[in-house]
Write a protein that binds this ligand. Structure first.
Ligand code: ZN
Length: 125
């Protein structure tokens, strides 16, 4: 995957795995994904709403969310493509828990938006 430094615009070819680590550009800008305890938030919200999510489905949601994070960082993918994948994640949550689709809006959408701002909104050059 190709990642563009949000600060100096240098492009790095990285594996998706590398991008999850704490990487720094030569200019000092962090190129990694902030470690956020997404699963902890998910569990807390599930407890709050007395939701039970099967472990297998949680793994499915997490994998899809992780892959979207990689797509957002990877400048090879368009905003439309990322949007389609985000809709798929929302659909998956909808399928798992039809009346609690706001989990998506509470947990994932804000995280994706932050990453988009960081890695893509400097694309205007
Ligand atoms: Zn840089």
């Amino acid at each position: 995957m190709a990642i563009k430094c949000p600060k100096c615009k240098k492009i790095y070819e990285l594996s998706a795995f590398d991008a999850q680590e704490s990487l720094f550009c030569v200019c000092g800008q962090s190129l990694g994904v902030e470690q956020e305890d997404v699963m902890k938030s998910l569990n807390e919200i599930c407890t709050q709403y007395k939701l039970k999510l099967e472990e297998g489905k949680v793994v499915q949601i997490r994998k899809m969310a992780d892959s979207i994070v990689s797509l957002i960082m990877n400048i090879d993918y368009s905003r439309d493509y990322v949007k389609i994948q985000k809709n798929k994640l929302r659909d998956l949550i909808l399928e798992i828990s039809p009346d609690k689709v706001h989990l998506y809006g509470l947990i994932y959408e804000p995280r994706f938006e932050r990453l988009w701002k960081k890695f893509r909104e400097s694309d205007a050059d």
